[in-house]
Design a protein around this ligand. Structure first.
Ligand SMILES: [Zn+2]
Length: 284
């Protein structure tokens, strides 16, 4: 535009230079003005935006809080369900703790539980080994008795050995045949595959002051304490007095069986045997 004006005007160079300078100044000035206006506009916009942002932030804040609250409420709901699901699973797991092993209901062949050591060479199902130890320690701590374990998990081979030894002893005592001795031995020592000890859930606990497996064992401090507290650790007196017609086993004040705390309390409070409890559950 400037060149065309120079070409078309052509009267005075000074005048054209002045016009050109004026145009340049005008252009530059208008550029500044436009830039300034743009800057002002931008500032206003950013202020507006800042203002809007503040409102938005408050709304967002409320929304955030609400979402947080909703999230917390949802989480709380989930948490409420979680223990039930866990409890359910735990109970499901516990059902196998009610397994009856007896001459009428032999152990599944080849069954070997996951074992854990209670003390020294004595092992139990890993679910109750520590509880058995705690139970004995607490009995001691309360100066109630001097419990010691004298039998826990038994392998099929070990049960066979125990049984064979019993048969030999009976033969020596009664001067009877192997067949007769086998029948008599089975009254006191479980036939291999029918001992609860092979489940890994049973322990024979006696008092150090009276280390004998007789009914007199019930008078010891250990047995009196266990009778009262064993259920708190998930154990039951498995072969109570006057119940051999149900359990098939004589009264054994030393033989404790783990069934889990919930079932142990139910069985103990009702004063029934495991057989009766399982039958009651099936009939419900
Ligand atoms: Zn036993």
């Amino acid at each position: 535009m400037k060149h065309s004006k120079i070409r078309s005007g052509g009267k005075s160079i000074r005048r054209e230079v002045l016009i050109a300078l004026a145009l340049i100044v005008l252009t530059v000035a208008s550029g500044f003005v436009i830039q300034l206006l743009l800057q002002l506009q931008a500032m206003r916009r950013s202020e507006e935006q800042a203002g809007l942002l503040m409102i938005d932030t408050l709304e967002e804040f409320d929304s955030f809080i609400w979402n947080e609250h909703a999230a917390h409420a949802a989480a709380a709901e989930r948490l409420k369900e979680l223990p039930q699901q866990k409890k359910q699973r735990h109970d499901d797991l516990q059902l196998d703790l009610l397994t009856i092993v007896s001459s009428a209901s032999p152990l599944k062949e080849g069954y070997v539980p996951e074992l854990a050591t209670v003390v020294e060479e004595y092992q139990l199902d890993a679910r109750c080994a520590a509880l058995c130890w705690d139970m004995m320690q607490d009995c001691r701590a309360e100066n109630a008795g001097f419990p010691m374990i004298c039998s826990a998990y038994r392998t099929q081979e070990f049960q066979q050995e125990l049984f064979d030894n019993k048969v030999i002893r009976v033969m020596q005592e009664k001067y009877c045949s192997v067949e007769e001795a086998t029948v008599l031995a089975a009254e006191e020592v479980a036939f291999p595959g029918t001992s609860e000890h092979q489940l890994g859930l049973a322990a024979d606990i006696i008092d150090e002051t009276y280390p004998y497996l007789t009914e007199w064992q019930e008078t010891t401090g250990t047995q009196r304490w266990l009778k009262e507290h064993a259920a708190d650790y998930g154990f039951i007196l498995r072969y109570p007095p006057e119940s051999s017609n149900i359990t098939g086993i004589i009264y054994e004040p030393w033989h404790y069986r783990y069934v889990g705390e919930k079932f142990a309390h139910e069985i103990t409070n009702r004063g029934i045997t495991l057989e009766e409890y399982v039958a009651w559950r099936r009939g419900r």
